[in-house]
Design a binder for this molecule. Sequence first.
Ligand code: HEC
Ligand code: HEC
Length: 460
Amino acid sequence: MFKYLLGCLLVLACFSFSTVVTRFKEEKPTPIPPSKQRSGDAAEGYRYLTTGDYVKGGLPYDFYLMGLGASKTNYLKREGLNGNVNHDYSVVKAPNGENLVAPNCMQCHAQVFDSTLIMGLGNTFLDFSNDQRFNPQTMVLLENLLQKSSPQKYQASLPFITVIKTVSPMLSTKVRGVNTADRLTAVLAAHRDPATFKWIDKAQFEIPDEVIPTDVPAWWLLKKKNAMFHNGFGRGDFGRFLMMSNLLTVTDTAESREVDSHFNNVLAYIRSIQPPKYPKAVDKTLAGEGEKVFNNYCSKCHGKYGEAPEYPNLIVPESIIKTDSLLFTSNYQNPQLINWFNNSWFAKGDHPAKLVPSNGYVAPPLDGVWITAPYLHNGSVPTIEALLNSKLRPTYWQRDFTHPVYDYDKLGWVYEQKAAAGNNTVYNTTLKGYGNYGHYFGDKLTDDERKAVIEYLKTL
Ligand code: HEC
Ligand code: HEC
């Protein structure tokens, strides 16, 4: 009798195990639950974002001016010393009173488009290929120069120089226009004690060789999202993730606490940003037809727009989305950053954050999507026309970074298709992590339906 029962239990166990496995195979898009956010003052957040010292390290102000010259644009209409530096740097004070120029969030989160600076638009002009950002050799030269000419200035910028020399050789991408912020975070984490944030010269965990390329999401989408980042792994208090740049040169957690106390306001500002309006004429009738097609084929993942907006906050698993999986699978294969983060100061206190790996990508809101080319999480598809018709996606494509031209019909960058890989301005979709496959939902549509959907997307 006892044996029989035991057998039954085992069978039951096997049975329930197999249902779990089958469920995993027939995965569905999963909704992400909301988490509580701090409230704040948007105007104060903007002031802090554009003039605050959340990155407290940098290069001496007069060296910056000698190297780059005073900014002629002053897009942000900043006053004082900030008025002389580009919008993607801010002037901060070193503990010894020296003025330093520190990189700010707008390095990656603002972009000049048709001669206007668009705050919150992901910058797809940065060049992380061939160590172009903060080239380590330049840093060594600068260090020698500073040591000889000005001990005060050298002392003030040493923390920044030390960090940049360590991290910049590890951030090289294969092409221009993609970002490596995730890797920057992982490298910084490896060199910082999770509890105290003290700098440790020797990396505490190994980081894989691969630099995974990402496209920078537009800030105006965050107000709809329940989780941050392409794979939706940023959960809990968003302010904690927003302040992550502070890790670059942070001294201790007393500094982190002070910086953190501003990021409720930065979140309020980011949530207040509206997407830029499509500037050309829209065919209203065609867009109306496109809305119907969109609501039939796309809105179950991307939500509804207009009078009664809805957004389902879904993570779409690999089996359905089929786009390049390297970004989210790396979280399972190399969970070091996740473990570090979830045991760090960021995951503690009364408004903690945590990283939760997922098995796919967030279906993003499409507000202002007309201006956010290139598309997909790795920026591998140059236009929406090509995103919605996979036959048109170029394997190798090149855009003009010096004189960029936008295609207001196909919605994306004017590009030239190439027969083979080339220099760093040619996007190469055959590289690992740079794939342009997946998201085949537009292939089901007729040419007329696709045209109509594109017209509709211009209105979002
Ligand atoms: C070196 C470039 C870089 C800098 C500097 C940077 N970010 Fe980001 N940021 C990124 C990239 C890349 C992503 C997307 C990463 C991903 O999803 O895998 C991102 C994601 C975000 C997101 C998430 C958007 C979403 O919809 O999920 C927000 C918000 C954000 N950053 C805010 C900030 C703030 C605030 C600062 C300054 C304190 C900052 N970032 C500095 C590159 C940068
Ligand atoms: C099953 C869910 C699902 C359906 C249906 C779907 N999408 Fe998507 N879409 C996604 C996901 C997930 C991504 C992000 C994929 C990635 O980055 O790898 C995405 C990305 C996009 C992007 C690129 C956004 C960006 O900024 O890079 C556009 C544009 C888009 N979808 C439009 C559409 C349109 C139009 C339709 C209908 C024809 C559609 N989608 C149907 C899930 C879906």
